[in-house]
Write a protein that binds this ligand. Sequence first.
Ligand code: ATP
Ligand code: MG
Length: 167
Amino acid sequence: MAPQPPLLTMSGITKSFPGVRALDGVDLEVQAGEVHCLLGQNGAGKSTLIKVLAGAHQPDGGEITWRGEPVTLGSPIAAMRLGIATIYQELDLIEGLSVAENVFLGHEPTSAGFVVRGSAARTATAELLKRLGHSEIDPSRLVGDLSAAQQQIVSMARALSHEVRLI
Ligand SMILES: Nc1ncnc2c1ncn2[C@@H]1O[C@H](COP(=O)(O)OP(=O)(O)OP(=O)(O)O)[C@@H](O)[C@H]1O
Ligand SMILES: [Mg+2]
């Protein structure tokens, strides 16, 4: 079997803000199935690197290769389309909607081109929550009634509901 290219390669990434070089030639390689932990003191550039990967910041230099192909992550939507999901500390959830509505907000599941609402979205959400080991979270509950920890799980389910390869 031919060796798989790395899922992600970031090489020589640079990024400056007025008066500060936040990233100065950063290399990161991620293989499928790996979990990476980025450590560094305050201001080291961790968030900046993740924002470049999320398409939220454009790097000044360096190269990003995704599944063996050079890519430009021009926007968060572009990154998401490639299968790169980002979960921020401030969650992207709407408290007044149900768990299932939040998971599929903006990309409702479709069948033969028609948007499927209600029970199909709840079933798909229940499957995602089960995959995350949290089948105790009821897809029809309001997100605002969940604990902060449970809301984080819902945000992960939302990320997984896209065809995601890297979180
Ligand atoms: N939008 C911005 N505008 C100007 N400077 C910024 C911006 N974002 C980050 N910086 C600067 O870039 C450097 C790296 O910041 P970054 O937030 O990436 O660090 P970090 O490793 O995430 O730090 P922390 O541990 O505090 O979260 C810092 O000097 C910061 O002040
Ligand atoms: Mg940070």
